[in-house]
Design a protein around this ligand. Sequence first.
Ligand code: C2E
Ligand code: MG
Ligand code: MG
Length: 637
Amino acid sequence: MAQARALARQIPLMYIMLVINSLVLAATHYGSAPDLMTVYIPGALTIVCVARLVFWWRRRNRLIDPVRARRTLNSMLWITGPLSLGFTGWAIALYPYGNSFQQSHIAFYMGITTIGCMFCLMHVRAASLLVAACVLVPFTLFFSSTGHAIFTALAVNMVVVVVALLVILLGNNRDFNALVASRSAMLQRQQETQRLSDENDRLANVDTLTGLPNRRSFDRHLAARLADAPAGGIAVALIDLDSFKSVNDIFGQITGDRVLIEVARRIDQLRRPSTFIARLGGDNFALIMDGPTSETLLQVCGDLVCSALRASFDMPGATIHLTSSVGFAASSVDDTAETLFDRADYATSVAKRDQRGKTVVFSERHAQEISKVRMLEHALHTADLDKELYILFQPQFDMVLKRTTGFEVLARWKSPLLGEVSPIEFIPLAERTGMICKITETVLRKALLVSKGLPRAMRLSVNLSAHDIGSATAIENIAAMVESVGRPRRIDFEITETAVMRDLVQANDALLSLLALGSRIALDDFGTGHSSLTHVQRLPLDRIKVDRSFVADVTHDTTSRAIVKTTIDLCRNLGISCVFEGIETEDQLQVLTGLGGSVMQGYLFGRPMREEMVHNHILTERRDWGSEPAQVFGNTG
Ligand code: C2E
Ligand code: MG
Ligand code: MG
């Protein structure tokens, strides 16, 4: 190809030179030689040359492929031989018609034109050689046979020059080939580098499991689409598979991967051409949609995704059922990629929390929720916990002993900025922001103070969070605080299953060090979390607190009743006690005692009360039940 390209530039020049030189030779012989020799033959040769010139001229800028380049070069070789012989024959044939000057002109014409042509053809070795052979052989033979010493000398000069020229051309030809080869090798390397860089780019932007764009690619697309779209023009959805972890746990990683691939396929099937789908990682997928983004439309889209993913996943050896929670958010004027993503993320967390398996579209209500949480966060962060936190006590009544045996300590927060804030709001917030350990410390300190003034048998139960259980330092602090009051120690602790689940070994260690203080451990809210028998069996528990949702239903719901009965039996078999929370009515109490329940907590026995009320409560109860003081203030602590 490089040869064909070089020739296309040089050959037209060669033909122009050849034609002009030949016509000049014909002109010097015009009149002395017949017209056939000075007009017709040179005319015919000129026509062939001009035709070839046009042919090459047209090709000079054309892109050429290897096949066509080879064909062009071959055709040129076929023409070079006859044409060289034609011109040589014609020039020699003119010799007899001229005088000495004209004959010298013929020799000069042949020599100089041959050198010129060989030069123009230097990139194609075969062509140069062919020209040299077709001219040099007849030239040398003819002029040495003329008998003129001058012409014989000319023939020798010609042979020497042409041979020297050939040596130079062959060297050039090699250099040319090497140059072309190195250039094409460089090009190949460049192409390979480009291919590798394209491949790297693709891998960096694709999720290898599902083949969908990954988080990185999603972030780039979101920023780009947001920049291009008019306000409210795009919407982002985050899709989160519910309880996908258990698919991996139960059916294994490979099946989990297959499910994810199928999830990606199902979502992809639903998409409009302009919708962008990505896997953000784990069981999280995301969509970027443009076009109308009304709340109703987004709800419909989300519902479509949810129902597509609700259909069973038929895997080899298992049929898996999943649900997915979807959160949608439409863009607004001053949105950045982060704020839009955060809103969709918030909608997904609301779906997961309140409407598992469904779609939540971010709305004004959610915006207000967020700003309220921000305010709460700020107020909690700047709160003087010692002053603002206070504790209430809710009695726990033993039906067998017929007396209150302890109180649950419940935290309350009265913020000077926001007023009374429920623990349902501030406890999860403190858990998220890591402030919960400080709260636990404050609550425990206040509870320890109160415990000193209580009868010896009266125990206080303090709630612990996942952070407390998960941190060895926090547990050490708690232990040090409890030990600092000396004996008797009357503090028990309540933990939830979610708190122990993260690290069962650390939880076990934490609980053992609390037990060593003489504290009892209760598993709180039993039945609402994972309710795993492993936890009940492996943790050093003293009691299980059955969640109040079961108590609320126990009078009319046979399932709740069966669960309550099973839990009572379980506790009896394990030799631990069972506490019921949230008893509000006599009916509930009757059913629970009928099933064998003994320790009760709920509004029926007393609402969470202040410290002063605790003493009243104990005294009143003693009077009402006519208990002997020794029974209440017994030295069992
Ligand atoms: P919990 O530990 O399960 O506490 C029982 C909750 O049920 C308390 O709500 C209590 O007031 C309420 N309750 C008790 N009896 C009844 C009843 O008969 N009917 C009804 N409807 N409710 C009843 P509270 O005080 O709002 O606490 C809510 C949750 O906040 C607690 O649930 C606990 O998880 C958390 N919490 C409260 N104080 C603390 C604390 O000091 N530390 C930690 N980590 N969590 C706390
Ligand atoms: Mg509790
Ligand atoms: Mg509870």
